[in-house]
Write a protein that binds this ligand. Structure first.
Ligand code: SF4
Length: 150
């Protein structure tokens, strides 16, 4: 048991990103606007014990009313456009939008164009772009920490 705990501690310290000098926190509301779930998988890994976004003051909230950042994955489908706009409208000011993954950035990897409303930037003002298909957890954590430092 103790051997396992020590190994877990070692793995965490090897994977860990450096702690930010600046204090503060951001609540993230994630919306899947039409992804293949690859970006969600990496986002979940970034929130897990190895990268542990919560350590840096970045946590995912269930309600847009408690969120500072709307984190959008996937190309925005026509069916999700309304939900995305409602979530953004429910957020308190100052609010920010982060587009996670190449689909959200408009690289057009998924879907029939007639079912895609557009890239996130065409629908909401985007403050942070996280490229990759999908971006790896370290890239996600690094970009979100940059947003925290702004
Ligand atoms: S960027 Fe890649 S992993 Fe992310 S939703 Fe698009 S196809 Fe899937």
């Amino acid at each position: 048991m103790f051997v396992l705990l020590r190994q877990l501690q070692r793995i965490r310290s090897e994977c860990a990103l450096p702690r930010p000098a600046r204090r503060g926190s951001l609540q993230l509301r994630h919306v899947d606007a039409g992804s293949c779930n690859g970006c969600e998988h990496e986002l979940q890994a970034a929130s897990g014990p190895a990268y542990d976004l919560a350590r840096f003051g970045l946590s995912i909230t269930a309600s847009p009313r408690h969120a500072d950042v709307l984190l959008v994955t996937g190309a925005v489908t026509t069916r999700m456009r309304g939900a995305l706009e409602i979530a953004y409208a429910a957020m308190p000011e100052p609010r920010r939008v982060a587009a996670l993954g190449d689909c959200a950035l408009g690289c057009g990897l998924l879907g029939d164009p007639s079912q895609i409303a557009g890239r996130v930037e065409e629908i909401l003002p985007v403050d942070l772009r996280i490229p990759g298909c999908p971006p790896d957890p370290e890239t996600i954590a690094r970009h979100l920490r940059e947003l925290l430092a702004r």
